[in-house]
Design a protein around this ligand. Structure first.
Ligand code: SF4
Length: 340
């Protein structure tokens, strides 16, 4: 038995894509995870995880005092190995000063000089597969099932979603289509969700998911389709995963909801503008489709997606019309294959 610590303090999507690694490591012994407070809530109750340790590196645990406090906390548990799923010097130093003898991370990471074992970064793999390499650098390719992330909503999340759907008159068995119009990065936001919602309301209940910051986007959708349900800011991340689990399909930008849907295996139409799935962040749901303008010469223009289009026209999203997206949604809803 080997006690593992996984440090993953990146974005929400990265945490979701770390869950296949967690499942792999759980076969060897107990697994604890250091992650952000937001992601800690997401991993609550996860069967592969013994303890989730929230590290608020930009809030109450910021600075040297917070770092040393976390070091003391980790030292109290004698971990055999740390997996640096997030590659900063701070994360590597945390594992080093916590006295963890074996520290495994990617050779390209900023903190790699503090690792005891460096794993080659594979640009050609999905990010979930890359992270799995940390546990088995020379192992066989993972199966789709091993690669699929997993989240486990509990009774609280189910009750929250039950209440939301009851409030909006959604009966058990009614078809639900989720739209996730938000993204931290402005150029990743597809502009035609209101038009798309208008074409879907005759086929299904439309529910808009996202954080409170996405409420203006939901309001624009509801202006076009007053029957659409605004769930933005209403649900925790894990409850959002539960809501997605009940949806027939999700339409999303290249953003966190795509990974939540993968973790509950909800069919997904993912819309890529300034980024491309080849970066390793495409959908992993069994049935999914990726749409993007493959022939646009300026794509991709950024690993994340700039706040504003550097060329001013934002054609990567503006030229991706609502009809082609609606057609993919209809194909998924009617179970037509293939959808990729
Ligand atoms: S430069 Fe091209 S890929 Fe980048 S935001 Fe503008 S249109 Fe999109």
């Amino acid at each position: 038995m080997s006690a593992s610590l996984v440090i993953q303090t990146s974005f929400i999507g990265d945490t979701v894509l770390t869950t296949p690694l967690l499942a792999q490591l759980a076969n060897r012994g107990p697994v604890d995870v250091v992650t952000t407070p937001v992601s800690a809530a997401l991993l609550a109750g996860h069967p592969a995880v013994r303890e989730v340790i929230a590290y608020d590196k930009r809030g109450e645990d910021s600075g040297l005092g917070g770092f040393l406090g976390m070091v003391r906390r980790l030292r109290a548990t004698r971990y055999d190995v740390a997996f640096l799923a997030q590659g900063s010097v701070r994360s590597a130093a945390l594992a080093l000063f916590a006295g963890i003898p074996s520290r495994v991370g990617f050779s390209t990471s900023g903190g790699a000089w503090l690792y005891t074992k460096r794993v080659a970064w594979r640009d050609d793999l999905h990010h979930a597969a890359r992270l799995l390499l940390l546990a088995r650098p020379n192992g066989r390719e993972p199966s789709p099932e091993e690669l699929r992330p997993m989240l486990v909503p509990g009774p609280d999340e189910r009750m929250a979603v039950d209440a939301l759907l009851r409030e909006h008159g959604v009966a058990p068995g009614d078809a639900l289509v989720a739209l996730a119009p938000g993204s931290v990065w402005g150029t990743k936001r597809w502009p035609y969700y209101p038009e798309l919602a208008g074409t879907l309301t005759s086929m299904a209940h439309v529910v808009v998911i996202g954080g409170a910051e996405d409420t203006p986007l939901a309001s624009a959708i509801r202006s076009a389709s007053p029957g659409a349900i605004d769930a933005t800011g209403r649900l925790s991340l894990l409850a959002s995963a539960e809501l997605l689990r009940r949806c027939a399909i999700l339409v999303t930008n290249d953003s966190a909801p795509e990974h939540l849907a993968s973790a509950v295996d909800t069919p997904t139409v993912a819309l890529f503008g300034p980024t491309v799935p080849d970066f390793g962040f495409g959908p992993l749901a069994t049935r999914s489709a990726v749409l993007g303008l493959d022939d646009l010469p300026c794509r991709p223009c950024d690993r994340h997606g700039p706040a504003r289009c550097p060329l001013g026209h934002h054609r990567c999203m503006r030229d991706l019309g609502p009809e082609i997206v609606a057609e993919r949604v209809r194909a998924l809803l009617s179970n037509r294959e293939p959808v990729a």
